[in-house]
Design a protein around this ligand. Structure first.
Ligand code: NDP
Length: 302
Protein backbone atom coordinates (compact mmCIF):
# COMPACT_ATOMS: atom_id res chain seq x y z
CA UNK A 1 0.00 0.00 0.00
CA UNK A 2 1.21 3.57 -0.69
CA UNK A 3 0.55 5.87 2.26
CA UNK A 4 0.70 9.64 2.28
CA UNK A 5 1.38 11.15 5.73
CA UNK A 6 0.88 14.87 6.43
CA UNK A 7 3.27 15.83 9.26
CA UNK A 8 4.95 12.43 8.92
CA UNK A 9 8.33 13.88 9.90
CA UNK A 10 7.22 14.34 13.53
CA UNK A 11 7.21 12.15 16.65
CA UNK A 12 4.24 9.90 15.78
CA UNK A 13 4.98 10.09 12.04
CA UNK A 14 8.50 8.68 12.40
CA UNK A 15 7.17 5.67 14.34
CA UNK A 16 4.33 5.20 11.84
CA UNK A 17 6.74 5.39 8.90
CA UNK A 18 8.99 2.75 10.51
CA UNK A 19 6.06 0.43 11.13
CA UNK A 20 4.59 0.85 7.63
CA UNK A 21 7.97 0.27 5.94
CA UNK A 22 8.59 -2.81 8.11
CA UNK A 23 5.30 -4.16 6.79
CA UNK A 24 6.38 -3.50 3.20
CA UNK A 25 4.29 -0.37 2.57
CA UNK A 26 5.56 2.78 0.81
CA UNK A 27 5.47 6.15 2.56
CA UNK A 28 5.46 9.71 1.23
CA UNK A 29 5.50 12.54 3.77
CA UNK A 30 3.85 15.92 3.28
CA UNK A 31 5.97 18.61 4.91
CA UNK A 32 6.60 22.33 4.96
CA UNK A 33 10.16 21.50 3.81
CA UNK A 34 11.02 19.72 0.55
CA UNK A 35 13.27 16.64 0.74
CA UNK A 36 13.69 13.02 -0.34
CA UNK A 37 10.50 10.99 0.10
CA UNK A 38 8.54 14.20 0.68
CA UNK A 39 6.19 16.54 -1.08
CA UNK A 40 5.29 20.01 0.23
CA UNK A 41 1.81 21.26 1.10
CA UNK A 42 2.16 23.70 -1.84
CA UNK A 43 2.80 20.77 -4.20
CA UNK A 44 -0.24 18.92 -2.84
CA UNK A 45 -2.38 21.98 -3.55
CA UNK A 46 -0.98 22.64 -7.02
CA UNK A 47 -0.54 19.05 -8.33
CA UNK A 48 -3.28 17.25 -6.41
CA UNK A 49 -3.06 13.97 -4.50
CA UNK A 50 -0.21 11.65 -5.54
CA UNK A 51 -1.27 8.02 -6.10
CA UNK A 52 -1.91 6.40 -2.69
CA UNK A 53 -4.19 3.83 -1.05
CA UNK A 54 -4.03 5.44 2.41
CA UNK A 55 -3.75 9.02 3.68
CA UNK A 56 -3.07 10.23 7.24
CA UNK A 57 -2.75 13.70 8.78
CA UNK A 58 -0.45 14.20 11.76
CA UNK A 59 0.54 17.82 11.08
CA UNK A 60 0.14 20.39 13.82
CA UNK A 61 2.11 22.99 15.73
CA UNK A 62 3.25 21.34 19.00
CA UNK A 63 0.77 22.22 21.80
CA UNK A 64 3.42 21.63 24.48
CA UNK A 65 6.17 23.72 22.85
CA UNK A 66 7.95 25.08 25.95
CA UNK A 67 9.50 27.85 23.86
CA UNK A 68 6.16 29.34 22.87
CA UNK A 69 4.27 31.66 25.15
CA UNK A 70 0.50 31.10 25.35
CA UNK A 71 -0.71 34.10 23.32
CA UNK A 72 -2.99 34.89 20.35
CA UNK A 73 -0.34 34.22 17.72
CA UNK A 74 0.45 30.76 19.17
CA UNK A 75 -3.25 29.89 19.43
CA UNK A 76 -3.73 30.98 15.79
CA UNK A 77 -0.87 28.67 14.74
CA UNK A 78 -2.32 25.75 16.72
CA UNK A 79 -5.61 26.15 14.82
CA UNK A 80 -4.31 26.90 11.33
CA UNK A 81 -1.54 24.25 11.32
CA UNK A 82 -4.15 21.56 11.99
CA UNK A 83 -7.24 22.84 10.19
CA UNK A 84 -5.59 24.15 7.02
CA UNK A 85 -3.48 21.00 6.48
CA UNK A 86 -6.45 18.69 7.19
CA UNK A 87 -8.67 20.69 4.80
CA UNK A 88 -6.00 20.58 2.08
CA UNK A 89 -5.74 16.80 2.34
CA UNK A 90 -9.51 16.27 2.48
CA UNK A 91 -9.98 18.50 -0.58
CA UNK A 92 -7.21 16.70 -2.49
CA UNK A 93 -8.81 13.32 -1.64
CA UNK A 94 -12.24 14.52 -2.75
CA UNK A 95 -10.82 15.85 -6.04
CA UNK A 96 -8.71 12.76 -6.81
CA UNK A 97 -9.77 10.50 -9.70
CA UNK A 98 -8.34 7.50 -7.76
CA UNK A 99 -8.86 8.35 -4.08
CA UNK A 100 -7.33 6.29 -1.24
CA UNK A 101 -9.53 3.67 0.44
CA UNK A 102 -8.72 5.07 3.94
CA UNK A 103 -8.29 8.61 5.26
CA UNK A 104 -7.15 8.89 8.88
CA UNK A 105 -6.96 12.00 11.04
CA UNK A 106 -5.24 11.82 14.42
CA UNK A 107 -6.97 14.31 16.74
CA UNK A 108 -7.03 14.33 20.56
CA UNK A 109 -9.07 13.38 23.63
CA UNK A 110 -9.30 17.06 24.62
CA UNK A 111 -12.79 17.02 23.08
CA UNK A 112 -14.05 15.16 26.20
CA UNK A 113 -14.70 17.47 29.16
CA UNK A 114 -12.21 16.84 32.00
CA UNK A 115 -13.89 14.99 34.88
CA UNK A 116 -12.81 12.83 37.78
CA UNK A 117 -15.77 10.51 37.33
CA UNK A 118 -17.20 10.50 33.78
CA UNK A 119 -16.00 7.72 31.47
CA UNK A 120 -15.87 8.49 27.77
CA UNK A 121 -16.08 6.01 24.89
CA UNK A 122 -16.08 6.80 21.18
CA UNK A 123 -19.88 7.01 21.38
CA UNK A 124 -19.92 9.75 24.03
CA UNK A 125 -21.60 12.96 22.94
CA UNK A 126 -19.57 16.11 23.38
CA UNK A 127 -19.90 19.82 22.74
CA UNK A 128 -17.23 22.47 22.89
CA UNK A 129 -16.56 23.92 26.33
CA UNK A 130 -13.12 25.58 26.04
CA UNK A 131 -10.58 26.64 23.45
CA UNK A 132 -9.10 23.16 22.97
CA UNK A 133 -12.49 21.51 22.48
CA UNK A 134 -13.33 24.32 20.00
CA UNK A 135 -10.14 23.42 18.14
CA UNK A 136 -11.16 19.74 18.16
CA UNK A 137 -14.63 20.53 16.76
CA UNK A 138 -13.23 22.57 13.87
CA UNK A 139 -10.31 20.18 13.25
CA UNK A 140 -12.40 17.00 13.02
CA UNK A 141 -15.03 18.80 10.91
CA UNK A 142 -12.32 19.93 8.48
CA UNK A 143 -11.49 16.25 7.77
CA UNK A 144 -15.04 15.38 6.67
CA UNK A 145 -15.31 14.43 3.00
CA UNK A 146 -18.18 15.48 0.75
CA UNK A 147 -20.83 12.75 0.45
CA UNK A 148 -19.83 11.44 -2.98
CA UNK A 149 -16.23 10.87 -1.78
CA UNK A 150 -17.41 8.83 1.23
CA UNK A 151 -18.58 6.07 -1.13
CA UNK A 152 -14.96 5.20 -1.96
CA UNK A 153 -12.97 6.43 1.03
CA UNK A 154 -13.37 5.30 4.63
CA UNK A 155 -12.96 8.24 7.04
CA UNK A 156 -11.35 7.58 10.40
CA UNK A 157 -10.63 9.85 13.36
CA UNK A 158 -8.31 8.58 16.10
CA UNK A 159 -8.50 10.65 19.31
CA UNK A 160 -5.10 10.35 20.96
CA UNK A 161 -4.25 10.68 24.62
CA UNK A 162 -0.77 11.82 25.69
CA UNK A 163 1.56 9.86 23.41
CA UNK A 164 4.50 8.38 25.34
CA UNK A 165 7.80 7.49 23.69
CA UNK A 166 11.45 8.23 24.18
CA UNK A 167 11.98 10.29 21.03
CA UNK A 168 9.44 13.05 21.43
CA UNK A 169 6.17 14.30 22.83
CA UNK A 170 5.62 14.96 26.53
CA UNK A 171 8.15 12.33 27.67
CA UNK A 172 11.07 14.12 26.05
CA UNK A 173 10.41 17.12 28.30
CA UNK A 174 9.72 15.06 31.41
CA UNK A 175 12.69 12.69 31.40
CA UNK A 176 15.36 15.21 32.44
CA UNK A 177 13.60 16.60 35.55
CA UNK A 178 12.64 13.05 36.57
CA UNK A 179 16.23 11.83 36.06
CA UNK A 180 17.40 14.69 38.27
CA UNK A 181 14.96 13.57 40.97
CA UNK A 182 12.88 16.72 40.46
CA UNK A 183 9.78 14.97 39.12
CA UNK A 184 6.50 15.08 40.99
CA UNK A 185 2.75 14.97 40.63
CA UNK A 186 0.96 17.80 38.87
CA UNK A 187 -1.54 19.42 41.22
CA UNK A 188 -3.34 16.83 43.35
CA UNK A 189 -2.27 14.01 41.04
CA UNK A 190 -5.78 12.52 41.30
CA UNK A 191 -6.74 13.69 37.80
CA UNK A 192 -7.01 10.99 35.09
CA UNK A 193 -4.02 10.73 32.74
CA UNK A 194 -5.10 9.26 29.38
CA UNK A 195 -1.96 7.99 27.62
CA UNK A 196 -0.77 5.64 24.87
CA UNK A 197 2.65 4.25 23.89
CA UNK A 198 3.80 5.68 20.54
CA UNK A 199 4.21 2.17 19.13
CA UNK A 200 0.52 1.39 19.85
CA UNK A 201 -0.49 4.79 18.44
CA UNK A 202 1.24 3.88 15.17
CA UNK A 203 -0.30 0.39 15.39
CA UNK A 204 -3.86 1.76 15.66
CA UNK A 205 -3.28 3.99 12.62
CA UNK A 206 -1.97 1.02 10.59
CA UNK A 207 -4.89 -1.12 11.80
CA UNK A 208 -7.29 1.57 10.51
CA UNK A 209 -5.43 1.81 7.19
CA UNK A 210 -5.25 -1.94 6.63
CA UNK A 211 -8.77 -2.90 7.76
CA UNK A 212 -10.87 -3.63 4.71
CA UNK A 213 -13.19 -0.71 4.14
CA UNK A 214 -16.41 -2.52 4.99
CA UNK A 215 -19.58 -0.60 4.28
CA UNK A 216 -18.55 2.92 3.32
CA UNK A 217 -20.20 5.36 5.67
CA UNK A 218 -20.97 9.04 5.24
CA UNK A 219 -19.78 9.67 8.81
CA UNK A 220 -16.35 9.43 10.38
CA UNK A 221 -15.47 6.28 12.34
CA UNK A 222 -13.98 7.34 15.68
CA UNK A 223 -11.42 5.34 17.67
CA UNK A 224 -9.98 6.39 21.02
CA UNK A 225 -6.20 6.25 20.82
CA UNK A 226 -5.49 5.53 24.49
CA UNK A 227 -4.22 2.53 26.44
CA UNK A 228 -6.96 0.45 28.10
CA UNK A 229 -5.41 1.03 31.56
CA UNK A 230 -7.06 3.95 33.36
CA UNK A 231 -4.36 5.78 35.31
CA UNK A 232 -4.11 8.97 37.31
CA UNK A 233 -1.30 11.50 37.15
CA UNK A 234 -0.12 10.22 40.55
CA UNK A 235 0.12 6.63 39.27
CA UNK A 236 2.03 7.81 36.18
CA UNK A 237 4.43 9.87 38.31
CA UNK A 238 5.14 7.03 40.74
CA UNK A 239 5.58 4.48 37.94
CA UNK A 240 8.00 6.74 36.04
CA UNK A 241 9.97 7.38 39.24
CA UNK A 242 10.13 3.61 39.85
CA UNK A 243 11.25 2.89 36.27
CA UNK A 244 14.02 5.49 36.60
CA UNK A 245 14.77 4.60 40.23
CA UNK A 246 14.36 8.25 41.21
CA UNK A 247 12.29 9.90 43.96
CA UNK A 248 9.17 11.84 42.97
CA UNK A 249 8.65 14.07 45.96
CA UNK A 250 8.22 17.53 44.43
CA UNK A 251 4.59 18.14 43.47
CA UNK A 252 4.11 20.98 40.99
CA UNK A 253 1.26 23.24 42.18
CA UNK A 254 -1.47 24.21 39.72
CA UNK A 255 -0.69 27.92 39.87
CA UNK A 256 2.92 27.27 38.76
CA UNK A 257 1.76 25.24 35.75
CA UNK A 258 -0.81 27.90 34.88
CA UNK A 259 1.82 30.64 35.08
CA UNK A 260 4.34 28.67 32.99
CA UNK A 261 2.00 27.27 30.34
CA UNK A 262 -1.15 29.41 30.44
CA UNK A 263 -4.21 27.96 32.17
CA UNK A 264 -5.99 27.11 28.90
CA UNK A 265 -3.10 24.84 27.87
CA UNK A 266 -2.13 23.54 31.34
CA UNK A 267 -5.61 22.00 31.54
CA UNK A 268 -4.29 19.07 29.44
CA UNK A 269 -1.97 18.05 32.29
CA UNK A 270 -3.71 19.52 35.36
CA UNK A 271 -7.08 17.96 34.54
CA UNK A 272 -7.91 14.86 32.58
CA UNK A 273 -10.51 12.47 31.26
CA UNK A 274 -11.15 8.77 31.76
CA UNK A 275 -11.13 7.64 28.13
CA UNK A 276 -12.04 4.06 27.21
CA UNK A 277 -10.81 2.64 23.87
CA UNK A 278 -14.02 0.62 23.48
CA UNK A 279 -14.30 0.59 19.70
CA UNK A 280 -10.52 0.27 19.28
CA UNK A 281 -10.59 -2.98 21.24
CA UNK A 282 -13.81 -4.19 19.63
CA UNK A 283 -12.11 -3.70 16.25
CA UNK A 284 -9.56 -6.29 17.34
CA UNK A 285 -6.57 -4.04 17.96
CA UNK A 286 -4.05 -5.74 20.26
CA UNK A 287 -1.92 -3.46 22.42
CA UNK A 288 1.81 -4.09 22.83
CA UNK A 289 1.83 -1.83 25.89
CA UNK A 290 -1.58 -2.00 27.61
CA UNK A 291 -0.26 -0.93 31.04
CA UNK A 292 2.08 1.78 32.35
CA UNK A 293 4.66 -0.63 33.75
CA UNK A 294 5.37 -2.27 30.38
CA UNK A 295 5.19 1.05 28.48
CA UNK A 296 7.57 2.91 30.79
CA UNK A 297 9.93 -0.04 31.01
CA UNK A 298 10.28 0.00 27.22
CA UNK A 299 10.73 3.79 27.10
CA UNK A 300 13.18 4.16 29.97
CA UNK A 301 15.03 0.91 29.37
CA UNK A 302 15.72 1.47 25.67
P1 NDP B 1 4.77 16.82 16.18
O1 NDP B 1 4.84 17.95 17.17
O2 NDP B 1 5.94 15.91 16.10
O3 NDP B 1 4.47 17.50 14.77
C1 NDP B 1 4.14 16.75 13.62
C2 NDP B 1 4.51 17.52 12.38
O4 NDP B 1 3.65 18.65 12.19
C3 NDP B 1 5.89 18.13 12.39
O5 NDP B 1 6.89 17.17 12.10
C4 NDP B 1 5.79 19.21 11.31
O6 NDP B 1 6.15 18.69 10.03
C5 NDP B 1 4.30 19.55 11.31
N1 NDP B 1 4.10 20.92 11.84
C6 NDP B 1 4.55 21.43 13.00
N2 NDP B 1 4.20 22.72 13.13
C7 NDP B 1 3.51 23.03 12.00
C8 NDP B 1 2.91 24.21 11.52
N3 NDP B 1 2.94 25.35 12.23
N4 NDP B 1 2.28 24.16 10.32
C9 NDP B 1 2.24 23.01 9.59
N5 NDP B 1 2.82 21.86 9.98
C10 NDP B 1 3.44 21.87 11.17
O7 NDP B 1 3.41 16.01 16.42
P2 NDP B 1 3.20 14.53 17.00
O8 NDP B 1 3.82 13.58 16.06
O9 NDP B 1 3.55 14.51 18.43
O10 NDP B 1 1.59 14.40 16.94
C11 NDP B 1 0.93 14.12 15.70
C12 NDP B 1 -0.51 14.62 15.78
O11 NDP B 1 -1.16 13.99 16.87
C13 NDP B 1 -0.61 16.13 16.01
O12 NDP B 1 -1.64 16.67 15.24
C14 NDP B 1 -0.96 16.24 17.48
O13 NDP B 1 -1.77 17.37 17.77
C15 NDP B 1 -1.75 14.96 17.71
N6 NDP B 1 -1.65 14.53 19.10
C16 NDP B 1 -0.40 14.29 19.62
C17 NDP B 1 -0.26 13.95 20.97
C18 NDP B 1 1.08 13.72 21.57
O14 NDP B 1 1.15 13.46 22.81
N7 NDP B 1 2.18 13.75 20.81
C19 NDP B 1 -1.46 13.85 21.84
C20 NDP B 1 -2.72 14.08 21.17
C21 NDP B 1 -2.78 14.42 19.84
P3 NDP B 1 7.11 19.52 9.00
O15 NDP B 1 8.11 20.26 9.83
O16 NDP B 1 7.73 18.41 8.21
O17 NDP B 1 6.21 20.40 8.23
Amino acid sequence: MRVLIGGGSGFVGRELTRLLRDKGHEVTVISRQPGPGKITWGELESHGLPPCEGAVNLAGENLMNPLRWWNESYKKDLFSSRIDTTKSLAQAIAASPSPPHSWVLVSAVACYKPSMTAEYTEDSEWTQFDILSKLLKEWEASAALPENATKTTKQVVIRAGVVLGRDGGAMKQMLLPFWLGLGGTLGSGRQPFPWIHVSDMAGIIVHALESPSDTPSPSQQVFNGVAPALNTNLEFTKELGRALRRPTIFPVPGFVMNALMGAERAVVLMQGQKVIPKRTQEAGFEYKYPDLTSALKEIVGS
